[in-house]
Design a protein around this ligand. Structure first.
Ligand code: ATP
Ligand code: MG
Length: 303
C-alpha cells in the first residue's frame, strides 16, 4: 500500500527524513512513533505529494506521489496535524467544500455528510460555525472530512493529541471499526498506549531515521524485555546500591521516580524481601520504555 526505500527529504543541509525504509501492507494499522521533530509529518506529507522528496523511492497504491498525487488523494483520507478547517464557515459548508474538492457527485453529498456527522456524533452541530466548536468536536469533524471520499487508506497525524479521554476512546473505537472494515490506516502518535491499542505494526523514528520496527510485543521483547519496578525518589541511594550490585538490572531516573527493569518478576519482588524497599508499582515493560530507550533520553543509563 505504501512503500518507501532509501527515502530522503532534505530542507537545505538538514535531513528531516533520512534513508527511510518501510512498507505498509493493505489492511494494516501502521504506527509511526517518534519524538517532536523526528520526521513523521514530513513523511506523511510526502505520501500525498504535499512535500516533495529529495531522493529515494516512495509509492502509494503503486503510484508516485510526486507525479500522481491527484489520483492518490482521491483514494486516501487525511486527518492532518492541524485541523485546517475554515473557521468562519459552518460545519456543513466546510464539508460541502471538501466534497466538491474531491469530486464527490453532488447528489451523493448531502447524505454522505449527514451519515458521517451522525457517525461522529456531530449531527447537532451541522449548522454551527467552526469557531464555536470545542477542540474535540473539531477533531471529530476532521475525521468526517477524511472519510467523505470512502478512502482505502486513511492517514491520521496525531489524531488524538490534546483530546480528553472520552473523545480519545470514541476515536479509537472508530479507528478500530475502520480497520475491521478493511481500511488501511497509518497513524502517528505521541501516546504509547494508543499505539499499543491500535497498531498491528510500528516503526519508531528518531532524527529522520527508522530505529526500530515490528509489532509492539516484538519491540518490547527485543529492546526492553521483562518487568519494571517504579520506586520513589526518596529511595535513590538504596536503589543505586542495588543497581551497582546487580548490573543486569537496568536503571533509569526521571522526575516521576526511579525505574528498575529486570528480566523476571522474582528479581524485582526479591528487592522488597532483601532490602525492605517497596515499589510504588511493578508492571510489565511497555512501549514507553522502548521509546525512551531508542530515542535517546535513556541511552546513557541503559546502553
Ligand atoms: N518546510 C520546512 N522547512 C524547514 N524545516 C522543516 C520544514 N518542515 C519540517 N521541517 C523540520 O523537519 C523536522 C521534522 O519535522 P516534522 O514536522 O516532520 O516532525 P514530526 O515528527 O512530525 O514532529 P511532531 O511530533 O512535533 O509533529 C523538524 O526539525 C522540522 O523543524
Ligand atoms: Mg508532526
Amino acid at each position: 500500500m505504501i512503500q518507501a526505500r532509501a527515502l530522503v527529504k532534505a530542507f537545505g543541509d538538514f535531513k528531516a527524513v533520512d534513508d527511510m525504509n518501510l512498507q505498509v501492507e493493505p489492511g494494516q494499522c501502521f504506527g509511526l512513533l517518534g519524538p517532536n521533530g523526528a520526521g513523521k509529518s514530513t513523511f506523511i506529507n510526502m505520501t500525498y505529494g504535499t512535500v516533495l522528496r529529495t531522493s529515494g523511492h516512495l509509492s502509494v497504491f503503486g503510484l508516485d506521489p510526486q507525479t500522481q498525487s491527484r489520483s492518490i488523494k482521491k483514494r486516501l483520507g487525511v486527518v492532518t496535524q492541524d485541523n485546517a478547517l475554515d473557521e468562519s464557515l459552518t460545519v456543513e459548508e466546510n464539508m460541502q467544500i471538501y466534497c466538491a474538492f474531491i469530486g464527490l457527485p453532488s447528489h451523493e453529498r448531502k447524505k454522505r455528510i449527514d451519515d458521517l456527522l451522525e457517525y461522529m456524533n456531530l449531527s447537532h452541530k451541522k449548522d454551527a460555525r467552526i469557531q464555536t466548536l470545542s477542540g474535540g468536536m473539531k477533531r471529530r469533524l476532521v475525521f468526517v472530512r477524511a472519510l467523505l471520499g470512502k478512502p482505502e487508506l486513511i492517514i491520521l497525524d496525531e489524531p488524538t493529541t490534546g483530546l480528553d479521554p472520552a473523545v480519545r476512546h470514541l476515536l479509537w473505537g472508530k479507528v478500530k471499526e475502520l480497520r475491521e472494515g478493511g481500511t488501511t490506516i497509518v497513524l502517528t502518535t505521541h501516546y504509547m498506549h494508543e499505539a499499543e491499542v491500535l497498531c498491528d505494526k510500528l516503526v519508531i523514528m528518531n532524527q529522520g531515521r527508522v530505529v526500530s520496527e515490528g509489532t509492539p510485543q516484538k519491540m518490547i521483547g527485543e529492546h526492553t524485555p521483562g518487568y519494571v519496578g517504579i520506586f520513589g525518589l526518596q529511595d535513590k541511594a538504596a536503589i543505586e546500591r542495588i543497581h551497582a550490585s546487580k548490573p543486569d538490572l537496568h536503571f533509569h531516573e526521571d522526575s516521576s521516580g526511579l525505574y528498575l527493569r529486570a528480566a523476571s518478576l522474582p528479581e524485582l519482588t526479591s528487592i522488597h524481601a532483601e532490602h525492605g524497599l517497596t515499589p510504588l508499582q511493578i508492571r510489565p515493560s511497555n512501549l514507553e520504555d522502548v521509546f525512551l530507550k531508542l530515542t535517546g533520553k535513556d541511552l546513557a543509563a541503559d546502553a
